[in-house]
Design a binder for this molecule. Structure first.
Ligand code: GLN
Ligand code: ZN
Length: 769
């Protein structure tokens, strides 16, 4: 070990911990409160108990500094809005009447008022509530939650470090409030916001905080000079405060880039940086600015957002390099552990040997503690842990799950021709027109029909053994019959089978692919009380058997109209899973694509003439830095083409994405070389259609005319008007008629009425052509 003295007291810490509890106690308590079954006091009691349990878990594992303030009943960005008094006007009355109910009203809306908008937290699958700000926003400090949690932890004899969303990131994540000009820049409020942060910091200091962490992940994105200046100003001002705790400014998810020298120069006491592979450049950049003399460096060497066991030896080597670069070096996960499940020990269905390859929050905590000990006391003191870790990594590397020679050979043999359809779109379109014989403005849906409680019960009954496979399949067949017969009667042109057999559009496929693992308790917060259990793409991926052919063919056997096959695309499969970290994402995407290609070809061979490959995650998976976009889009679009390029020219490939803003990826959408794309458009009055036209998008498109996010039924005239608007941008030969997205969250009554109106609208507008 190079400099034992500098490392003598390396501390182990984390920035945040999963909130829900081992049995999702928090979800149950909050939802119980909403339903009136749990009192506010009981909810607070459960929340306090969970915080205590988690802090104790951390402390007992050897974490020296525990985070506080990271806990939330819903979302920590919403907590920050409350902390700085940025409550939207429409919610003031509710918040004034009851803070807790007002908080939930902002999160979820009420009959009378809309909630805050929700969007993705950087490139994770966590969603935060977007602050709404305007030139008239008046901030005011409310440090009660932060101070309260700090005192709880101090009362337990722990050494807590409050964690706050930093002021620059808070403003950069905000948007203009309703009624405020769209070009209002929330960052102009910085000077008004900083005194509020100063007050909160003083309160935390007074309550006993030695250190406070300010999270600034927005600084790992491309930032303008003005934004970097704002960051410099913010930390110059906060650093200059006399009555303040020590400040640790944290960044994660990517490299700091140009923001690194800004923060390194700021008069704060420490920086926390991500040193995992995605942010590896931080290491060189830090050396290039001369390190952080006199400051504390918290090194995020354990990946906080994947579920793989750390390579302890490699991390120790990174930590060793960092030792000379700061006054002291502490060890952490790269980001809050919010993004991973709690504990691998709860998993009973994964082989013990494979379980050792994985690390959830509890295991990551142990890794951090081990690394801190190795760094402080020498690697001999963790020899046993290092040996066990090497054995686990070796077992993973040499496992047939990790390396399937047949899959590798096939992926290596992919040629340019495999990634291109035999004919260009223009030629294919004619072949498809004569093959399918569809009318102008053909109508279709996006795939799923209502997932009724009967269907969910049937699945639960199957799992619990209350019904057998035959009984379950009987239920599914009946459902498909009903879905097909409804669509025929309604007059839809291209039918779907309705996806009743799918629990989830990613999990359903992951369960059938070789190389994927499913967890029983691997819950991760998506938003509020919604938790997901992402599958783990652990090894080389292949498809032992057809996955969708049976139900698609069954639906086709019931009707003369074309039934569209329905698959989840390779990018979305990766985006909504935990993906192996031992090879580039593009390599894994290619394996998934080849597995899906077999499915596409089998569907075609079984008589399916229209096949949809959904890629709702194409845009959200864009890397945080623009410089990394081309490489991503390259493998992303290629994997889609590998999936779909094996079909005949007269087989029509559809794709679907659920968002309205995609100006920045129109080229990529074109590079998918799909024949038809459906997109969300109803709320934006067909904005998408105009954007496609502006970019000269040459293919067929179905901008949605039915907003499926609410039970509201669009009238025939309303849908017809949207179609007419669409026709001003896209010619009739290339315009499709469909809803915005799948109907799985809708009920049958509104689904029936809406689709009948949609078909009627198509007929009316066809008559006008
Ligand atoms: N085919 C899927 C469905 O209809 C698509 C879902 C999605 O776009 N998120 O449910
Ligand atoms: Zn969708």
């Amino acid at each position: 070990m190079t400099s034992k003295s500098a490392a003598a007291a390396a501390r182990a810490t984390v920035y945040g911990y999963p909130r829900q509890g081992q049995n999702r106690e928090l979800k149950k308590a909050i939802e119980g409160y909403w339903k009136g079954r749990v009192t506010a006091d009981a909810l607070r009691e459960t929340a306090g108990e969970l915080r205590r349990t988690h802090w104790k878990q951390l402390a007992e594992a050897g974490v020296t500094e525990v985070p506080t303030g990271d806990f939330s009943y819903y979302d920590h960005v919403l907590d920050t809005s409350v902390m700085v008094g940025a409550v939207p006007d429409r919610h003031r009355a509710a918040v004034g009447a009851d803070a807790l109910d007002g908080f939930f009203a902002m999160a979820r809306g009420t009959q009378q008022v809309a909630p805050l908008e929700m969007t993705k937290w950087f490139d994770t699958n966590y969603h935060y509530l977007v602050p709404e700000l305007g030139p008239d926003t008046v901030f005011s400090a409310d440090s009660a939650k932060q101070v309260g949690e700090l005192k709880e932890a101090l009362g337990l004899g722990l050494s807590p470090r409050p964690v706050l969303v930093g002021p620059v990131t808070y403003l950069l994540l905000a948007k203009p409030a309703p009624g405020v000009a769209a070009d209002f820049d929330p960052l102009t409020l910085l000077d008004r916001l900083l005194p509020v942060y100063a007050e909160v910091l003083a309160d935390l200091r007074a309550a006993g905080a030695e250190w406070v962490q300010l999270d600034e992940p927005a600084l790992v994105q491309d930032r303008t000079p003005a934004e970097l200046n704002a960051a410099a100003r913010a930390y110059r001002d906060l650093g200059a405060l006399s009555d303040r705790p020590k400040l640790l400014v944290a960044s994660y998810f990517d490299r700091l880039g140009d923001a690194l020298p800004v923060l390194a120069k700021a008069p704060v006491d420490g920086l926390a940086l991500d040193f995992t592979e995605a942010a590896a450049a931080n290491l060189e950049d830090l050396a290039a600015v001369g390190g952080l003399p006199g400051k504390r460096l918290v090194a995020g060497v354990v990946n906080g957002r994947n579920i793989w066991a750390n390579d302890l030896t490699a991390s120790l080597s990174t930590l060793g390099t960092l030792l000379g670069l700061a006054e002291r070096v502490d060890v952490a996960a790269s980001c809050s552990l919010l993004h991973v499940p709690l504990d691998t020990a709860a998993e009973r269905d994964i082989e013990p040997q494979i379980l050792r390859w994985l690390a959830f929050a509890k295991q990551k905590t142990r890794e951090i503690v081990t690394l801190a000990k190795g760094l402080s006391q020498g690697t001999d003191t963790i020899a046993a842990e290092l040996a066990a870790n090497r054995a686990d990594l070796a077992s993973r590397e040499s496992s047939p799950i990790t390396r399937d020679p047949a899959v590798r050979a096939r992926a290596a043999a992919v040629t340019e021709a495999d990634t291109r359809r035999a004919q260009a779109y223009g030629e294919r379109a004619g072949a498809q027109r004569s093959h399918l014989g569809l009318p102008l403005l053909p109508s279709t849906t996006i795939g799923s029909f209502p997932q009724t409680s009967e269907l969910r019960t049937a699945r639960a009954d199957l799992r619990a053994g209350r019904i057998d496979v035959a009984g379950y399949e009987e239920r599914i067949s009946t459902e498909i019959q009903e879905v097909v017969s409804f669509q025929e009667k309604a007059g839809i042109d291209v039918l779907v089978h309705g996806e009743p057999e799918r629990n989830d559009m990613v999990q359903y496929f992951a369960e059938q692919l070789r190389g994927c693992l499913a967890t029983q308790h691997g819950w991760v917060q998506s938003y509020g009380t919604r938790y997901v259990r992402p599958p783990i793409l652990a090894g080389d991926i292949s498809r032992p058997e057809p996955m969708t052919v049976r139900w698609t063919s069954y639906a086709q056997s019931l009707t003369d109209r074309p039934v569209k096959g329905m698959l989840t695309g390779p990018v979305t499969m990766l985006a909504w899973s935990f993906v192996r970290d031992d090879q580039p994402l593009g390599d894994t995407a290619r394996q998934v694509a080849l597995a899906l290609r077999d499915e596409v070809n089998d569907l075609e061979a079984a008589g399916t003439s229209v096949i949809q490959v959904d890629e709702p995650a194409l845009r959200e998976t864009l890397p945080l830095r623009a410089a990394d976009h081309p490489a991503y889009l390259d493998w992303a679009t290629e994997s889609f083409r590998i999936t779909t390029a094996g079909v005949r020219p007269d087989t029509q490939i559809h794709t679907h994405m659920c968002y309205a803003e995609f100006g920045d990826i129109v080229q990529a959408i074109d590079d998918l070389d799909a024949d038809v794309i459906s997109l969300e458009a109803a709320r934006s009055h067909m904005q998408v259609a105009r954007e496609l036209a502006a970019h000269g998008y040459p293919r067929e498109a179905g901008p949605g005319v039915y907003d499926i996010h609410s039970p509201r039924v669009p009238s025939t005239e309303e849908a017809a008007e949207l179609l007419r608007t669409g026709l001003r941008a896209i010619p009739a030969e290339r315009l499709w008629v469909n809803p915005d997205c799948g109907l799985k969250t809708r009920g049958w009554p509104e689904t029936r009425a809406s689709l009948e109106n949609l078909v009627a609208a198509a007929r009316i507008v066809r008559g006008e052509l």
